[in-house]
Design a protein around this ligand. Sequence first.
Ligand code: UDX
Length: 432
Amino acid sequence: MRISVIGCGYLGAVHAASMASLGHEVVGIDVDAEKIEALSNGRAPFYEPDLPELLARGLGSGRLRFSTDIADAAGSLVHFVAVGTPQLKTSGGADLSYVDAAFASLMPHVASGDLVVGKSTVPVGTAARLAKLVEPTGARLAWNPEFLREGYAVKDTVTPDRLVYGIADGQTASVDLLNEVYATAVSADTPVVVTDYATAELVKVAANAFLATKISFINAMAEIAEVTGADVTQLADAIGYDARIGRKFLNAGVGFGGGCLPKDIRAFTARAEELGRGESVAFLKEVDAINLRRRQRAVDVVVEELGGSVFRKKVAVLGLAFKPDSDDVRDSPALDVAVQLHGLGAHVVATDPEAIPNSTRLHPQLSFGTLDEALAGADAVVLLTEWKHYRALDPSSVAAQVTHPLLVDGRNALDADAWRAAGWTYRGLGRR
Ligand code: UDX
């Protein structure tokens, strides 16, 4: 099938390459010429495992190409809109200007019978509004939210755990087309939920709100553990054995960040307030507040362990990305903690396998280096992103590199006993 993908960011670039890998003929379109140039040459503009290989295969097969010209969408039967919906600068609401611009520029190039598919995360009610723009062209609109996790984006796109199609009443032809696009997943018995626009839009934000709530729940327990001498990791294990609760997304630490969870819960709150149902999701404000408090807590623990001041102390920050296997530092708790420690006068040397270039762009005032440079002579080591490489560090050899064997584990990812046995003062968040 001929497919166009409008927007080639984290979502769109992966979607375009994945669709080509499934045998479709795909054109990825973006207004950012630099991004298109990189993608056309097989370079991913961000770190995402498996994406470079997929790009190389797609470009090599001739089934995948990229363009800055929206007119190249003409001739495709299905047009995916995958542009960003960042948080507005002035409020918690979603900035829909990229979605609106994408639809406005795409409409002159769609033909009667085409299917336009929204993938962007939007406030509920957006699809119904956009359907009115699509209608006069004779094309139809479907809303098909994505659930991809960074670091697993290719896997989540090619083998999703569910597919959600939001369609207008009676437009079953849209379902047939989407089933054809996702034929591989559909034939593998992937659950398909066919629903209305509003439900499809809500599925995405509800899923992210639930995940954020789960993380903040365990971080709230960490706060209680800290004043009672309990251990939040054992608590999470124990409640996680209850299959109704489950252990996933119960890792306490510096909390959630990234381009989705923080902005999605804020946009959901803003939209619910617009709808006069603010109280229904008022708890999400608390979820947000708990999450942000944990960053401060990590800073406070470092200050406390360094005797009340970090001024001129060397602090090694391990990890800057909002999570491992990503170079994304949007709303990253790790980067935030590094910046706060720097602001308190610490000599922060931060390291990360992939996220240093993005961090440098945002916070050039910080010092960045290799792992060895960060550790050399450090008064404190703070683990903030649990990259596999950091989890595998040998406590004894790291002890030989630092001045003071003080470790603050902001992700509760290391073996506390092993580090203590090697002479370290180990502090987790929400742990004895
Ligand atoms: C999320 C959703 O998982 C995905 O379905 C959606 O499409 C986009 O948003 P992503 O932002 O890639 O994906 O990251 P995710 O793996 O969900 O992690 C989000 C944040 O929560 C990270 O900062 C992570 O470190 C943190 N986290 C996760 C915790 O603090 N504790 C946990 O137990 C799990």
